[in-house]
Design a protein around this ligand. Structure first.
Ligand code: NAD
Ligand code: TDX
Length: 339
């Protein structure tokens, strides 16, 4: 089987490539990635001399390039991780989110339609459901929860999901969609909450918590997400949406305090800053469907996963210090300078 993995030089895509290489060494993997600020070829260095792996630099929204790849590589399966993925950047500049997340998805779907495909899998997010109130802990997102987006990022991801549904129904493309909760683990770009707090704490810099830090996210170790996608490819049903999450809800402030403790840094580094515009209060996935249909359950408990993640950032400082010294520096100034 040959899988075209788009966005494989990013956080979840690279973890997925490593997961598949280990679990199914007989699969062929082609990674298509534009190498935006969030893509890092150094991450894929261990894969580069494998005979069953090929890296292609390119844009999923570039129709000619994508069609060329389908013509020459003839993938059996596409897993689309490629996206602009950071909510704060989408609030600053929505255009590229529509270009990559919506148009890019359409181009991939058209290529699947033209060349044929066994399965197209769209990696989506729980953010398409909007948010839940803090005072209703009994409510969870199911696959039937209506789409109700808050940010340009989530609106672009929901648009892509709707296109997938349309291509499934209109053209009969065999499509599956997964909507996962917040991931954490190795290789996450340090603009996201957990690696940002680890990097800042290690540098004794302020830890910028939005609003009061009471927003709740449902955290899943990245490898558990990869395992769920692998299962969906193997046994999932075309036309189906699968929610992925491990019932691990935590307030942002509690995560930041936990990181301070683990790194032996003082909580006085915590700085409350102006809230994110349109900030979603709570995400919480009901994973009953994927559990009952495919037998998926998360394997990594948060306590173990967060320790492993912190240790990874301690052991791999070269990987992220290079990143925080580049374009990220000017982004950081713009985003946090006058907050
Ligand atoms: P990321 O930002 O770390 O990586 C995105 C990758 O896509 C990068 O390698 C980047 O270079 C590449 N890319 C961007 N634009 C591209 C384009 N036009 N053409 C080709 N490649 C392009 O993102 P991530 O956190 O790994 O997220 C991967 C996917 O999972 C996204 O679709 C995201 O919406 C979804 N998701 C993420 C989370 C999370 O917590 N991080 C949770 C649920 C779903
Ligand atoms: O500096 C910060 N301070 C802060 O309080 C940052 C970067 C974040 N936060 C808060 C905002 C959120 O409530 O922490 C929470 C998590 O923020 P992010 O790491 O930016 O993630 P989130 O906005 O929840 O979106 C993530 O999960 C769903 C991913 O980035 C998306 O790609 C995914 O779809």
């Amino acid at each position: 089987m040959k899988i075209l993995v788009t966005g494989g030089a990013g956080f979840i895509g690279s973890n997925f490539i490593f997961y598949i290489e280990k679990k199914h060494p007989e699969y062929e993997l082609v990674c298509l990635d534009k190498l935006t600020y969030a893509g890092n070829l150094a991450t894929l260095a261990p894969m580069m001399d494998r005979l069953n792996f090929k890296f292609i630099r390119g844009d999923i929204a570039d129709q000619e390039a994508v069609f060329d790849i389908f013509e020459t590589e003839k993938p059996d399966v596409v897993v689309n991780f490629a996206a602009e993925s950071h909510v704060d950047r989408s609030i600053e500049a929505p255009g590229i989110f529509l270009q990559t997340n919506v148009i890019g998805t359409q181009v991939l779907l058209d290529a699947c339609r033209s060349y044929g495909i066994q399965r197209y899998h769209q990696v989506s997010t729980d953010e398409v459901y909007g948010d839940l109130p803090l005072d209703r802990p009994d409510l969870f997102f199911t696959e039937q929860t209506p789409l109700h987006t808050s940010s340009p990022y989530s609106a672009s991801k929901a648009s892509a999901d709707l296109l997938c549904n349309a291509y499934q129904r209109t053209y009969g493309l065999p499509i599956t969609i997964s909507r996962c909760s917040n991931n954490y683990g190795p290789y996450q770009f340090p603009e996201k909450l957990i690696p940002l707090m680890i990097a800042n704490a290690l540098a004794d810099k302020p830890l910028p918590v939005y609003g009061e830090g009471l927003n709740v996210r449902d955290w899943l170790y990245v490898e558990d997400h990869c395992a769920a996608i692998d299962l969906i490819l193997e046994s999932g049903q075309a036309g189906q949406v699968y929610n992925i999450g491990g019932h691990n809800e935590m307030k942002n402030i509690d995560i930041v305090k936990l990181i301070c403790k683990a790194l032996d840094k003082p909580e006085r580094l915590i700085t409350y800053v102006t809230d994110r515009k349109g900030h979603d209060m709570r995400y919480a996935i009901d994973p009953t469907f994927i559990h009952e249909k495919l037998g998926w359950l998360p394997e990594t408990k948060f306590e173990a996963g967060i320790q492993r993640t912190i240790q990874w950032y301690l052991d791999n400082q070269d990987w992220w210090t290079e990143i925080v010294n580049g374009e990220y520096q000017s982004y950081y100034e713009r985003m946090y300078g006058n907050r």
